[in-house]
Design a protein around this ligand. Structure first.
Ligand code: NDP
Length: 595
């Protein structure tokens, strides 16, 4: 193993070096100006409406899972005067936008879909497809009365604390100017599509769109998986081979036209093994309190502590189970940080070797199979799970265009260039992902102003500072719903939202019941919490430095010190959820002031 391991790690480094580039995040184009049309909503027509100028108890930016969980938990606490605001035409957030064919969750539905128990929905598949996930979002909206006051196709442009009135003023691009006692921000991490900065991208005369704005008028078919019949005589290029492309390529292949899958770095494609959920089995699961128990079981299994039994059994629990087994089986003399790290590395190499062998076993053309092998540690990039992606390359109409880590050379009026060769196409689909490394203000489109007009970007200019990832000193009655400095639980993001919703609802209920108008954080409490969080290994900054570039590692640029502030509870997600549950239940709200 030792020699193999050295050779494999050397190959990892060589592949990374090919992909490294000076421009980091600047290689991508912002979807503004001449590219702004890539953001148009193809799904819901915009309806004109008069500006809103009223007052609500709670205004929440974002109608995705984060906003919906907060809205639902507030409703459960009897606070129904709640307004969700979203740039989309309905609830759903990412699942509103991402309707590309084959879109599906990668974490088991039973724990990924929020509020299943509260809404009485049984997921139909182990990994639900996008239409069902979008419908669950709408179901949450209906169940908790969140449609009544919602504002869709509306972008918040500013939120300013008005000290004299003790309210937040919210302004939007629809001319709205209303106030709220409390505000929440659930804008999500991956919602601004980005385009690859390929020379000549603006010269292409054919059709093009981003996967998060799928143009079914052009392709035919629908989000439920109907064949993309209008593509059968077309030549289509899809640029990018990340988690999105992996799900839609099989559908493009099935359409029958010519498909070029343009790859810069291959994804790791593990087994999917999707299956329908048996209603009889589900009845045995769905006893009162079931989803919380399942969430807890999953969180324990994907954490290093482990749980007695793995109920969910998906790709993520498989991954951690293997690593844990390797570490736990170490002889006593190797049970030290170096020994554990080596065991972790062995488990990873074992898994990635299996994944590379899978590509070889499935893909008939040997050269294509070789190019589809992922040469990096599994967690350097988003792991993918699919049972039809690799198989698609066995279709005679589907061609892998590997760019050897370099990307597309250029685009012209009629197509694209790779390796000095021109490919004529009718359509280019950009599966090029979403902005991650850019500033929060740029992605959100606003920068809230707290006490004394201080902007959040200013307060966080040398790293974010919060209590529990949620409250920021000087920004009273405001809640930032995100994962850092809290559970930092990426494997099942909705779990963070449902829990944050509970915290927010408990705090607002307490303030209303006690007649308090202003909830703020004690500076010492915030400082202490941040110091505590900083004792952990770090958020994205914890990703191995020798990883192939991507959004997990700031495009290979390494992180500035401020990225360490993206860490979570040092003992992990389970510890955070348990800690915050005790904090809520104590009724003391330690660290907050109510005036
Ligand atoms: P990604 O950012 O993961 O992928 C973008 C792709 O575009 C990469 O393959 C990238 O190559 C490629 N690319 C960028 N520039 C160029 C260029 N100049 N030439 C050629 N190729 C280029 O975006 P995705 O939309 O696939 O996924 C984003 C995230 O969304 C995922 O990581 C995941 O978190 C989430 N997601 C979740 C899903 C789920 O839960 N089911 C499904 C889909 C997405 P390179 O790798 O070399 O940078």
């Amino acid at each position: 193993m030792a020699t193999d391991k050295a050779a494999i790690l050397e190959k990892y480094r060589a592949e990374r070096d090919k992909r490294l580039r000076e421009d980091g995040n600047d290689q991508y184009l912002e979807t503004t100006g001449q590219f702004a049309h890539y953001l148009d909503d193809p799904y819901t027509p915009r309806v004109e409406r008069p500006p809103v100028t009223d007052h609500v108890t709670f205004a929440m930016v974002g109608g995705g899972f984060a906003g919906l969980c907060v809205g639902a938990r507030l409703a459960e606490a009897g606070i129904t005067d709640v307004r969700l605001i979203d740039k989309a035409g309905d609830f759903g957030g990412n699942w509103y936008w991402n309707r590309y064919p084959g879109a599906q969750c990668d974490t088991a539905s039973i724990i990924y879909l929020p509020l299943l128990e509260e809404t009485g929905h049984m997921p139909t598949e182990k990994y639900a497809h996008a239409p069902e996930i979008l419908e669950q979002s709408r179901r949450i909206g209906r169940t908790f009365g969140l449609y009544d006051k919602a504002l869709f196709h509306t972008r918040v442009t500013d939120m300013v604390w008005e000290e004299d009135k003790g309210v937040w003023r919210i302004t939007t691009d629809r001319g709205d100017s209303f106030t709220a006692d409390y505000i929440g921000m659930g804008t999500g991490p991956l919602h601004v599509p980005k385009l690859p900065g390929i020379p000549g991208i603006d010269t292409f005369k054919g059709h093009s769109f981003h996967t998060s704005r799928w143009d079914y008028d052009y392709t035919g078919g629908d989000t439920f998986g109907a064949p993309l019949d209008k593509l059968k005589d077309k030549r289509v290029a899809i640029i990018g081979t990340g988690a999105t492309a992996v799900q839609c390529v099989p559908h493009l292949a099935r359409a029958g036209g010519t498909v070029y899958v343009v790859q810069r770095t291959p994804s790791s494609i593990d087994v999917r093994a999707n299956e329908p959920i048996d209603p009889e089995w589900f009845k045995t699961v769905a006893t009162p309190g079931w989803q919380k128990r399942w969430l807890d079981n999953f969180a324990r299994n994907v954490g290093m502590g482990g749980a007695a039994e793995d109920w969910v059994k998906d790709g993520w629990t498989d991954l951690t189970r293997r690593i844990r087994a390797k570490v736990m089986n170490l002889p006593p003399e190797q049970m030290n940080p170096a020994g554990m790290m080596a065991a972790y590395e062995d488990a990873d190499i074992e898994k990635m070797s299996e994944i590379r062998a899978r590509a070889e076993a499935i893909v008939e053309d040997k050269e294509t199979a070789e190019k589809l092998k992922a040469w990096y540690r599994q967690l350097c990039k988003r792991p993918c799970f699919h049972d039809a992606y690799l198989q698609a390359f066995n279709e005679p109409n589907t061609h892998l265009i590997d760019t050897d880590g370099k990307g597309v050379e250029r685009i012209d009026e009629t197509g694209f260039w790779v390796g000095g060769k021109h490919y004529d196409v009718d359509c280019i689909i950009y599966a090029s992902g979403f902005e991650v490394g850019t500033s929060h203000q740029r992605r959100a489109g606003f920068d809230i102003a707290g006490v004394g007009g201080k902007r959040l970007s200013e307060a966080w200019s040398d790293g974010m500072r919060t209590l529990h990832g949620l409250h920021v000193n000087g920004f009273p009655n405001a809640f930032v719903v995100q994962v850092a400095q809290a559970a930092n639980y990426i494997v099942n993001v909705p779990h963070n939202w449902s829990d944050a919703g509970e915290t927010i609802a408990t705090i607002v209920r307490h303030a209303i019941d006690t007649g308090a108008k202003k909830v703020d954080v004690l500076p010492e409490a915030q400082k202490k919490w941040v110091e505590f969080v900083l004792t952990s290994p770090g958020g994205m900054a914890g990703i191995a430095p020798d990883c192939t570039p991507g959004y997990y590692n700031n495009e290979g640029k390494g992180y500035q010190e401020s990225a360490l502030f993206g860490a979570g509870h040092p003992a992990g997600a389970v510890a955070f959820f348990s800690y915050i549950d005790d904090w809520r239940k104590s009724g003391k709200f330690e660290g907050l002031t109510f005036n």
